[in-house]
Write a protein that binds this ligand. Structure first.
Ligand SMILES: [Zn+2]
Length: 141
């Protein structure tokens, strides 16, 4: 089982009734709403844990608890056409997942990062294109 940033819902406000439990002001967050977070073990509401398939290694599954949900919804929910194009800014903790989701969902995927050393990583993650951005110059907006 995995417990991500989302640690339970109130189940009765309009957001929860509409299925948008992440945006409900009554949502629960481990470490904030109840003890947990970096703990070795925690007690969580019954609707909180996500099942991890036996075939998936726990370390491989861990990013899906928060970053995976965040990026998957960011790629999926804007309603891009099936032949659409998705640009992902950054290839860090969230971006590397977003690039993989976008590419696997069939979008023409553009990774935007900093440094030519990221080209291979972007391609390995499934990006069709990579745009290298220069570092921000002092004095420019
Ligand atoms: Zn709620």
């Amino acid at each position: 089982m995995a417990v991500g940033w989302f640690g339970g819902s109130c189940g009765h406000r309009a957001y929860c009734r509409a299925g948008d439990i992440v945006h409900c002001p009554g949502r629960k967050i481990p470490g904030r709403s109840y003890p947990g977070g970096w703990a070795q073990s925690i007690t969580v509401p019954a609707d909180t844990p996500a099942h991890i398939p036996d075939a998936l290694d726990l370390l491989d599954a861990a990013p899906f608890g928060c970053a995976g949900v965040t990026t998957f919804n960011a790629v999926r929910k804007p309603g891009a056409r099936a032949d659409g194009r998705v640009a992902v800014f950054g290839l860090g903790g969230l971006g590397h997942l977003a690039v993989q989701f976008a590419a696997k969902l069939g979008y023409e995927t553009i990774a935007i990062g900093r440094g030519v050393d990221r080209v291979k990583l972007a391609r390995d993650l499934g990006a069709h294109h990579y745009i290298d951005t220069p570092p921000r110059r002092p004095g420019l907006p």
